[in-house]
Every structure is written in structure tokens, then in C-alpha cells.
Design a protein around this ligand. Structure first.
Ligand code: TRP
Ligand code: SF4
Length: 333
């Protein structure tokens, strides 16, 4: 029996290299060893953007297309949309009854969210009931499949800890050992920074999208920060102070290439423009197959629709088994 993995992502639209290298590529590697459930968390999107739903559907499709392009294989893993598995909402209700209010109030990401919301000018500028329940809803996602492991970034570990607390409480209240305490599985990869050296993010306009064309990518890479002290081509370069471009080389280049780049940079045999032109080509090479797959799905949206529907139906079958048991344990009619 394979162990179960459950993880999810909010539908933020087209994904970037931070998502690919930081999350999706990890998921791809887990597919053979584990039974995986990957969810597009569209209810979680509503917690902060309930008044901006006009792009929700397309954003969901774009996320799934990027997953498929990166190599999430619907034959191996179950790809589904959260709201197409309403059993999760029912489970969320049971869990919300046994979760003390102060457990959700001490959630560290809630404070960050509140800050972001304050800077919004839309309706959603205060913390609503649904947002308070964010980590309980995430717990419901995980427990809908009684998962063993939850691959997440460091920022989500607190949520998985809360899940473990809720599991213990549920098992205690209903005198059972039905739910397993899931373990967070940390992604062990270095974060890729944005073109400007800050965290890569859609709203910072410093990202390279999985779905960008080769031309767009090449153009963006030319804007990557280099060694700021190097004004002219014949100034000696300092790869270790090259804030973005050299870091990208270390991610995308082979060891020998990276060594060559560093040597040539140090003795000014290589200018930054040429260096970044090569780097752009290197990144495009790595993304070639991924982008071909994405274009294939873009040309066949009906395939993506089918994968979403079938995956969600499959997820629902599992979810119903779990919920049947939960209803019995809680002694519902
Ligand atoms: N909260 C996660 C994030 O913002 C997304 C998510 C939703 C998730 N449900 C999940 C992650 C279940 C892991 C498991 O990134
Ligand atoms: Fe960075 Fe390349 Fe310029 Fe050196 S030559 S500073 S590694 S971009």
C-alpha cells in the first residue's frame, strides 16, 4: 500500500518558475512512490477574493495546464478542483465544531493576510469568518483523503501542525484512531528569486512564467540584476555579487558551465549582456518540453476540462468513503 500525499495551490493564474522549481517539480518526483491528490483550492481563493471571481475559472484552468505541462501525470496522480469535491466542505463543518477559536487566531499567516487585505481597496478589506477558517479548510482538504504526507513550503508548516492538533482532538472527542496525523514534507530546494532580486511573485512583476514564450523569457532575463559594481564590460566581474544572473546560472547550468561563467566573468572575458543572452537560452532549453506540452493543452482545452472532471470525480469517490466513516463517528443521521 502506497502512502498518501495531499497538497494544493490556490488558483492564482499562470504560474512562474518559483512555483515550478519550488513546488511542482517536487510533486512530479513524488508521483511514482505515493498516491497523490493535488487540489486547486478555489474555496481558499474566495477567502480573500470573494468579490473578484471573474477570472477564477480561467485561473483554475491555467494552474492545471501548468501542472500538466510540468509533468503532473493524471494517469498517476489525481488532479482535482476543491469545490468539485463538496465532501471537503462537509468535513470542514465537523472540524470547525471541534476547533477552539484561539487555535485559528494564533495562525501566523493570518496576520500577514490581514496586512495584505488592508492594502486592498476592494470590499474584502477585513478578516471575514471564512478567512479565519482558512487553516481549518486546509485541514479538511488533507483529511478528506486521510493523507500521510503534505508537501508544503516552510510558510505552510504551521497549518499542517494545526492539522495534527485537530486530528488528535477529533480522535479524542469521537474516541477513535480514524484520522492519521499527517506529516509536513518540506520541499528541499533553493528558492529562485525574482529578476530584481526580491522574492519571485506575480504581483511584483519580476517573474518568468512557465507559459511565457522563448522571446519573452529571453527579454526578461536581459533585465536580471547582475554585479552592480560592474559598470563597463572590461570591469572585472564578481559572480558572487551578481545578484540574480549568476544565481540563475547555478540553478540552470551544469557545474562545468557555471565554473566557466565565473572564470570568464572574473577576468572580464565575458560581458553581462552576452552572459544573460546565454542564460536566457539555457532557461529556454530547460523549459522547452514543458512549454510544448503547455501549448498542446492550450490547443485542446477540452482535454484539460476532461482531466479536471475525471480527476475530481475520482477524488470524490475517495472523499465519500472518508465522509461516510466520519458521519458514522460523529453519529449523524
Ligand atoms: N494553503 C496553501 C497555500 O496557500 C494551499 C493549500 C490549500 C494546500 N489546501 C491545501 C496545501 C492542502 C497543502 C494541503 O499555498
Ligand atoms: Fe553576472 Fe554574468 Fe555579468 Fe558576471 S558576466 S556579473 S555572472 S551577468
Amino acid at each position: 500500500m502506497k502512502q498518501r500525499i495531499m497538497s494544493g495551490m490556490r488558483p492564482t493564474g499562470k504560474l512562474h518558475l518559483g512555483h515550478y522549481l519550488g513546488v511542482i517539480d517536487n510533486w512530479v518526483k513524488l508521483q511514482d512512490e505515493y498516491e497523490c491528490y493535488f487540489s486547486v483550492a478555489d474555496w481558499h481563493a474566495l477567502t480573500t477574493k470573494y468579490d473578484k471571481t471573474e477570472n477564477l475559472r480561467q485561473d483554475t484552468i491555467d494552474v492545471v495546464m501548468d501542472w500538466l505541462a510540468c509533468g503532473i501525470n493524471p494517469e498517476k496522480s489525481t488532479i482535482y478542483v476543491q469545490s468539485l469535491v463538496p465532501e471537503t466542505a462537509e468535513l470542514h463543518i465537523y472540524l470547525s465544531m471541534i476547533t477552539p477559536q484561539n487555535w485559528v487566531e494564533r495562525d501566523p499567516t493570518l496576520k500577514d493576510m490581514a496586512k495584505i487585505l488592508k492594502s486592498n481597496d476592494g470590499m474584502a478589506s477585513q478578516i471575514n469568518y471564512g478567512l479565519m477558517g482558512y487553516p481549518v479548510l486546509m485541514t479538511a482538504d488533507i483529511l478528506t483523503f486521510n493523507a500521510d504526507l503534505v508537501p508544503v513550503g516552510i510558510d505552510q508548516v504551521a497549518h499542517v501542525e494545526l492539522t495534527r492538533d485537530i486530528v488528535r482532538r477529533f480522535n479524542n472527542v469521537y474516541n477513535t484512531d480514524f484520522f492519521k496525523e499527517p506529516q509536513p514534507k518540506l520541499n528541499n530546494c533553493s528558492l529562485i528569486c525574482g529578476l530584481d532580486g526580491n522574492k519571485m511573485g506575480k504581483s511584483f512583476h519580476n517573474d518568468i512564467k512557465i507559459s511565457d514564450t522563448e522571446e519573452e523569457t529571453a527579454k526578461k532575463v536581459m533585465t536580471a540584476i547582475t554585479d552592480r559594481s560592474r559598470m563597463r564590460k572590461d570591469d572585472l566581474g564578481h559572480p558572487d555579487e551578481c545578484e540574480v544572473a549568476f544565481k540563475y546560472w547555478k540553478i540552470f547550468g551544469e557545474t562545468s558551465e557555471v565554473e566557466t561563467v565565473a572564470e570568464e566573468c572574473k577576468c572580464a572575458k565575458r560581458g553581462c549582456a552576452d552572459c544573460k543572452r546565454q542564460l536566457g537560452a539555457k532557461i529556454n532549453e530547460r523549459l522547452k518540453e514543458i512549454r510544448e506540452r503547455r501549448r498542446h493543452y492550450e490547443a485542446h482545452p477540452e482535454l484539460v476540462e476532461q482531466i479536471i472532471r475525471e480527476g475530481s470525480a475520482k477524488a470524490q469517490v475517495e472523499a465519500q468513503k472518508i465522509l461516510k466513516e466520519v458521519r458514522k463517528l460523529v453519529r449523524m443521521y
